[in-house]
Design a protein around this ligand. Structure first.
Ligand SMILES: *Cc1c(COP(=O)(O)O)cnc(C)c1O
Length: 229
């Protein structure tokens, strides 16, 4: 078996253990394999091992991989910061966008979503740790942004996403994830049918699953350490 297939099994086992500890069904947590910086061959190896959903941060790179693997029925999730002038290829080639942080980008994606495709599935990204460097809307802006995004015809609002400040301590890792879940519950109370909490990466997936993650976004633990150009 390839290292990638071994790693996928190990990550799936981590998710299962974390879900069981939290009294949740392991099937309630979806694994998104974050393939940014890795070549198409790595994606195809993971796909051959049964992985279906892949996450990308860079528009060109993600579109190239999605196009080259179009015959495989893979699902492509855009998870990186998105500039308005690059929204069209995302609307045309991705199935999901996790990083909606302002209405303008959501409106562009909705208008640019081709009519023959189902609505683009989206999450609003929330900056729960309040770091200046991280993208995402402020927690108190999230309900209004969600209400506006939910009205756009080319999009289907699924939930919330966050990338918190890194920490080595599981109890500390859980704090921002809990905060995102509280915002999510408040928006559901308001009447929006959200079903997705996109949170948790290689180093903190257990904390995220404990706090209710329904999608974990895992790169390093599947594909290895990235070498940024
Ligand atoms: C790169 C990235 C991930 C994956 O991170 P790992 O630590 O490699 O698992 C998840 N989410 C986002 C938004 C990313 O940019």
């Amino acid at each position: 078996m390839s290292a990638i297939a071994d790693n996928l099994q190990a990550v799936t086992a981590r998710i299962r253990v974390a879900a069981e500890l939290a009294g949740r069904s392991p099937e309630s947590v979806r694994l998104l394999a974050v393939s940014k910086t890795w070549p198409l061959a790595a994606v195809l190896t993971a796909a051959a091992a049964g992985q279906q959903a892949f996450g990308e941060n860079y528009v060109r790179e993600g579109v190239d991989k999605a196009t080259a693997s179009a015959d495989r029925q893979l699902e492509w999730h855009f998870i990186g910061p998105l500039q308005s002038n690059k929204s069209r290829p995302v609307a045309e080639h991705f199935d999901w966008v996790h990083s909606i942080d302002r209405l303008k980008i959501a409106e562009r994606l909705s208008a640019q979503r081709p009519g023959h495709l189902p609505p683009l599935q989206v999450c609003v990204q929330v900056n729960v740790s309040g770091e200046a460097s991280k993208s995402g809307c402020a927690p108190d802006e999230a309900p209004e942004l969600c209400r506006a995004v939910a009205t756009l015809p080319g999009l289907r609002l699924r939930g919330l996403m966050t990338v918190p400040e890194a920490s080595d301590d599981m109890a500390a890792q859980q704090i921002p994830f809990r905060r995102l879940r509280e915002i999510f519950e408040a928006i559901r109370q308001d009447g929006l049918p959200l079903d997705t909490l996109s949170m948790g990466m290689s180093h903190d997936l257990e904390a995220a699953v404990a706090e209710g993650a329904t999608i974990v976004r895992i790169g390093t633990a599947i594909f290895g350490e990235r070498n940024y150009p």
